[in-house]
Design a protein around this ligand. Sequence first.
Ligand code: FES
Length: 182
Amino acid sequence: MAENTAAEEVDLDLEEAPEDEIVVLARKWKKKRGSLIMALHELQGRLGFVPRDQAMKLGREMGVPLATIYEVLTFYNYFKLESPGKYIVSVCTGTACHIKGSPKLLQGLEGELGIKAGESTADGEYHLQGVRCLGCCGLAPLASVNGKVYGKQDVDDAHGLLGQVAVDQPTVSAAAEPVDAE
Ligand code: FES
């Protein structure tokens, strides 16, 4: 497998400013219809699940009691309250990344991990998902792991990407909205 030397990394780790990210998310959805569900949907898309502390921050910013948030979270099977994996590997399936080969990158990662998009490895280490545009189209095709973006990846980088993840050990901070695997 090719080494990951050509990969460009952009650290979008939001641990330094988690409040800001939640503020942006709350501002985006606060006044829209069905806003709480959509905000929680996007939050889970970014993180792979809805951590309690992030739900509390979102509730504060949107003026929604935590109890109400948990009513929603527990009513819909879609929402996950626990992380589906230690490393949430997201491959962008947005237009720019798709054109530049993200479907093959996703296939490569499926092969490396032995799972399909939307699944987690048996040891709970990795969760793989396709996601919508991450907003870094100039780095297409790209993947992110727990919010850390790895740009200009191709199918030959799949192995190297996972090796780099083992070195970086990014913590869960942000991901992107998952989409149905094609
Ligand atoms: S299409 Fe992949 S980052 Fe925009």
